[in-house]
Design a protein around this ligand. Sequence first.
Ligand code: C5P
Length: 239
Amino acid sequence: MTADRHTAAIVPAAGRGERLGPGAPKALRLLGGAPLLVHAVRALSASHAIDVIVVAAPAGDLDEVRVMLDQAELATEVLVVAGGESRQDSVARALLALPAEIDVVLVHDAARPLVPAELIARVVAAVRSGHEAVVPGLPVADTIKQVDEGNVVEATLNRAALRAIQTPQGFARQVLQSAHAALDPESSPATDDAGLVEALGRPVLVIAGHEEAFKVTRPIDLVLAEAILARRRSAGVLG
Ligand code: C5P
């Protein structure tokens, strides 16, 4: 272990991805011939902003994931741990594997394979400049309505004040660890890590996100991801 590793990225990759249809766990689905997880980890490594990456993989696929990441021959050290029942559990397990000297932690969904390296670097820079929790976000295009259990509209939210939040989300390590430690096990699992920090009453800064950091959730997202990858490859960008 060297003394100059300070920034880590946790990659929750243990979800089933049921909205994508039947098949392998989502992070292991192929995009342009490589698993989504390999694309995401490659992007983190290529940013040159991350010293160590901890992947929370499906518990039944640990060996397969270790082999695929070895074969990717990344410049950055990658550790693989077993993920949990929820995304939140998976991040908590990965936090336990962080080396002692890490002081800034990014959390990045494996399901966002095309995240640009410049976004990763901007998130790290914003945390290092003194913001303890930083998330990328984009304005929303659709009107968002809140509905009751019968699907009847209760409220129309002010679109101008809404942001669709992406990953990587960046944190001072202590803040992210405190947020996970303070978690009420009875509460419903958070859909992102910043939500846990907000529950502590700590500030979360939104910086400009990137359209290509979208999450692959439904089959149509894979079509879009394939098109972006093909465009990058024809422009000579590796991926
Ligand atoms: O389900 P959702 O799309 O919000 O998942 C976001 C990310 O969290 C995905 O990369 C998925 O693999 C991961 N996840 C996980 N462990 C779970 C559920 C989701 O690592 N139990």
